[in-house]
Design a protein around this ligand. Structure first.
Ligand code: ADP
Ligand code: MG
Length: 222
């Protein structure tokens, strides 16, 4: 199964997103209100503080991701070393991967020329994709990151052997708040699509349920 996601309608307008944010924030707010009321009535349990803090963190996360999407990001193109970008990302995610029993492998071809991109934005994309891979392997596994030079593009491939994505869900990737995770925001891929589209690149997802997912990101060589 394969789905091409350069569709501009998936880069939804901020207004529509804002309605979604409001909706997403309502749940943790309701929960916080409930616990504060209980405490007001004299019911105090140590766990309440942890739950309330978790709910606040959830709200903070949703707002941070939303701001990332909503603020007009100036893209700052410069000649960048893809190998270094991927190495930096690996370093950032090392401890998280280790905690989840996930091994990250990198196979970067030696002949990849410098690419013109915004290295910080491309890092954000790769971080989001690898995080999704790690989260798709609750019992551990491996993520293989490849960089391959094609005729007019550089291809970055992220391959995991996680839970995979079924056909129906594959069509919905990139829609805001589409998440199957209890703690997910469903904003990560939307940001990825936007950044890659700003770079005139493409993202393709291929996936088989219970086998794994391969994401192909292509960035044009200038
Ligand atoms: P979030 O990670 O917050 O749920 P994303 O936009 O990053 O939001 O991803 C949206 C959904 O796409 C995820 O909840 C998950 O269901 C699915 N998904 C993305 N990448 C993968 C992957 N590598 N393996 C399995 N499912 C994935
Ligand atoms: Mg994610």
């Amino acid at each position: 199964a394969e789905e091409r996601l350069s569709k501009s309608e998936k880069l939804t307008v901020v207004g529509e997103l804002a309605a979604g944010v409001a909706h997403e924030i309502r749940n943790p707010l309701t929960s916080i209100k409930g616990f504060v009321k209980l405490m007001q009535q004299g019911m105090v349990n140590e766990n309440f503080f942890d739950i309330i803090l978790d709910e606040f963190n959830r709200i903070e996360e949703i707002i941070n991701e939303f701001l990332n999407l909503a603020k007009p990001q100036e893209i700052q193109l410069k000649k960048s070393d893809l190998k270094k970008i991927l190495k930096d990302v690996e370093t950032l995610l090392e401890s998280e991967a280790h905690l989840q029993n996930v091994q990250i492998y990198q196979q970067v071809e030696q002949n990849i020329p410098p690419i013109t991109c915004d290295p910080n934005l491309i890092k954000q994309v790769v971080i989001n994709l690898i995080k999704n891979s790690i989260e798709a392997m609750p019992n551990g596994g491996s993520v293989n990151i490849q960089a391959i030079k094609e005729e007019t593009n550089v291809l970055i491939k992220i391959i995991d052997n996680g839970v995979g994505i079924n056909e129906a869900r594959l069509q919905k990737l990139g829609e805001p708040f589409f998440s199957n995770k209890e703690k997910g925001t469903g904003l990560g891929l939307m940001l990825c699509f936007r950044i890659i589209s700003q770079h005139k690149g493409t993202i393709i997802f291929q996936s088989k349920e219970n086998q794994g997912t391969t994401v192909e990101v292509r960035l044009p060589l200038s």
